[in-house]
Design a protein around this ligand. Structure first.
Ligand code: ATP
Ligand code: ATP
Ligand code: MG
Ligand code: MG
Ligand code: MG
Ligand code: MG
Length: 259
């Protein structure tokens, strides 16, 4: 007690150990909705993909890019979004906790604020909240690999969920549908697509799905179009696309994003 009484403000401050993310590396902040399985059920999201819910997520990502100009690219699918910061970013002196909390906060408050715009008929019944983490990647090539991993995940989950919900909507119980879809997990992509064609009677059904469901959403600054003048000169505009970011074509077409 005697010692504590002598503690100076400097001593108190010295307890703070902020981990600074390694210099000259690409910081990726990935956020993910907490308990969105339940959140999506409570708010009766269309299954397997509710387009309005995804559009709201995309609007939140645009708000984050508008606020944090060091973010050069974002990729979203389901209840998650990844934000890539320029490798020279000095946002919050690269303190992980500060960066992640600020991104999560802007994202979540935008989700709340704009909910009614996307779901005018639905009262929000549960608080949406997101967790987040920051990871450093040492090269743009590894950032592309990271993003490709998220897009592969999007595709695999979407194909699984599309099969599962078609079986459920065709009258199977959820457990039956799960067993059937799991069997399908062992089969090739081609067979899965054949099953989808058979269930729907639509040839090439998977390919007919909206690109947003199959490819997720990419958000980035389009420097070519100089529409916004924020006083500091034209900075372009933020675009939301549904592109294949696994193949190199996208990155060749937009070399400035991860330069
Ligand atoms: P955790 O808190 O561990 O992240 P979670 O319930 O959020 O758990 P996730 O693995 O993050 O689980 O998966 C998100 C779930 O949210 C999906 O499985 C899906 O059921 C639901 N979901 C998210 N977005 C949509 C959408 N646009 N349309 C339909 N369902 C969605
Ligand atoms: P930063 O983004 O760096 O935190 P800031 O503008 O939030 O910048 P702070 O040092 O955090 O600055 O100080 C918060 C400021 O917000 C105060 O200086 C004050 O002007 C204002 N503020 C916060 N709470 C109140 C309040 N209850 N009543 C009046 N003003 C307030
Ligand atoms: Mg999670
Ligand atoms: Mg989640
Ligand atoms: Mg998720
Ligand atoms: Mg502050």
């Amino acid at each position: 007690r005697e010692k504590l009484n002598k503690t100076t403000p400097e001593d108190i401050k010295s307890f703070l150990h902020e981990s600074r993310l390694m210099l000259c590396t690409w910081i990726v902040v990935r956020i993910d909705g907490c308990h969105f399985h339940r959140f999506s059920e409570v708010h009766e999201f269309e299954k397997p993909n509710d387009a309005q819910a995804l559009n709201l997520m995309n609007a939140c990502a645009v708000a984050v890019l508008e606020d944090f100009r060091d973010i050069v690219f974002a990729y979203g699918v389901s209840d998650e979004y990844s934000f890539v910061l320029n490798k020279y970013s000095q946002l919050y002196q690269r303190c992980a906790g500060d960066i992640v909390s600020a991104v999560v906060s802007v994202f979540t408050s935008t989700y709340m604020m704009r909910w009614n715009e996307f779901f005018p008929q639905k009262e929000m019944e549960h608080l949406p909240y997101f967790d987040g983490r920051a990871v450093c990647y040492p090269s743009s090539e590894i950032v592309k690999d990271y993003l490709a991993w998220r897009q592969v995940d999007c595709h695999i989950n979407n194909q699984y969920n599309t099969c599962f919900w078609l079986l459920v909507k065709s009258g199977k119980s959820k457990s039956e549908a799960q067993i059937n879809t799991c069997d399908l997990q062992r089969t090739q992509t081609l067979e899965k697509n054949e099953l989808l064609d058979r269930l729907t009677g639509v040839p090439n059904y998977y390919k007919s799905l909206p690109p947003m469901f199959c490819l997720g959403s990419s958000v980035f600054w389009d420097k070519e179009s100089k529409l916004v003048d924020n006083g500091e000169g034209a900075t372009g505009r933020i675009v939301v696309g549904h592109c294949n970011i696994i193949e190199t074509g996208f990155w060749e077409a937009h070399p400035q994003i991860l330069d």
